[in-house]
Design a protein around this ligand. Structure first.
Ligand SMILES: [Zn+2]
Length: 321
């Protein structure tokens, strides 16, 4: 029940995009190429290096090129994108992107192989490339945020609580989430870190949380002195630190109209835990960050009223070199 509520929160109605929608918008290679062209050169109009001015360009039959209407010079919309050097059809790429955007828990390379019929090696490469579209550096802007750490890896599946002393196989992950504001839903940053020592946790907070914000954590010792954190010039960051004492069985405390808890970031962990446990089985430390990126990407766009497929597709041209 709690999970269903969580997911309804993540996938809103305006983001609904069915396989029929996909087949209507992207029926074949030509339609897919056309959509990339439109993203990068709307209306086919772009600078022609030979003419030295903006010109309209028309599709060159049988090639992934468009030609200047005046001089015939070619432009290549796939240049610099993740599709550029691939021999896999554009339609299958788009379908893989659709699959990765459509499922709530993410999808594995194995599933891409099964659904598209490409070899596992190709599926794995596509999977990794599509993932790169979801990795981003964002800065949080809320005036209050929750910070929490968790651990993934080892022989057991998924993310667990704090490891026993000497359990070195666990990979630490630190997450910071903004509380929702009236303007928008809070976003998240989740990073694999080298440890969960005070210095590391303070570094994350300093990097992602605005000065003078309120920071909510649990009673973990590593969060001691968050209120005293200084910037690189030794200036007080002015954080207001509020802690909830989980070890005493308290999960939400209210004081002067303020809700002290870390339930939002813990909700995010439970999304990831579900995905890793159910879809990806074992996650190596090396790939953990890209899984976190994938979940964060989706989470941070959950209130954007556009299908996730389109949001992901936009990243292709956003990130073209
Ligand atoms: Zn020209």
């Amino acid at each position: 029940m709690a999970d269903r509520k969580l997911w309804n929160n993540v996938i809103n109605k305006a983001q609904k995009y069915t396989v029929n929608d996909f087949n209507r918008d992207c029926p074949n290679d030509d339609a897919c190429l056309e959509s990339i062209k439109e993203q990068r050169f709307p209306g086919g109009v772009t600078h022609c290096v030979k003419c030295g001015v903006d010109r309209k360009h028309y599709r060159v039959t049988g090639r992934t090129a468009y030609a200047c209407e005046r001089c015939g010079n070619h432009i290549f919309p796939l240049a610099g994108t993740i599709f550029e050097k691939s021999t896999t059809s554009l339609y299958l790429w788009f379908y893989a992107i659709y699959l990765m955007s459509a499922t709530k828990c993410g999808i594995s390379a194995k599933q891409i192989q099964r659904e598209t019929g490409v070899t596992y090696k190709t599926a794995w490469r596509m999977f990794k490339q599509i993932r790169t579209l979801m990795s981003e550096e964002i800065s949080l802007e809320g005036s209050s945020g929750e910070v929490d750490e968790t651990y993934a890896g080892g022989k057991r599946k998924g993310l667990r609580g704090r490891p026993a002393v000497g359990d070195l196989k666990k990979v630490p992950v630190v997450g910071i989430v903004e509380r929702d504001t009236t303007e928008r839903k809070g976003r998240v940053v989740a990073r694999v870190t080298k440890d969960t020592k005070m210095e590391t946790l303070q570094g994350m907070v300093r990097e992602y949380v605005l000065p003078k914000s309120t920071v909510y954590t649990d009673e973990f010792l590593g969060y001691g002195n968050l209120g005293l954190v200084r910037d690189e010039n030794h200036k007080d960051m002015g954080y207001r630190h509020r802690r909830i004492n989980h070890s005493e069985g308290v999960y939400v405390a209210s004081a002067f109209g303020e809700s002290i808890h870390t339930n939002t970031i813990e909700g995010f962990w439970s999304l990831i835990k579900r995905g890793i446990g159910g879809t990806h089985h074992a996650v190596s430390a090396k790939y953990l960050q890209s899984y976190l990126d994938e979940y964060s990407f989706r989470y941070n766009r959950r209130d954007v009223p556009r299908p996730m497929f389109k949001q992901l597709l936009e990243q292709v041209s956003e990130r073209a070199r």
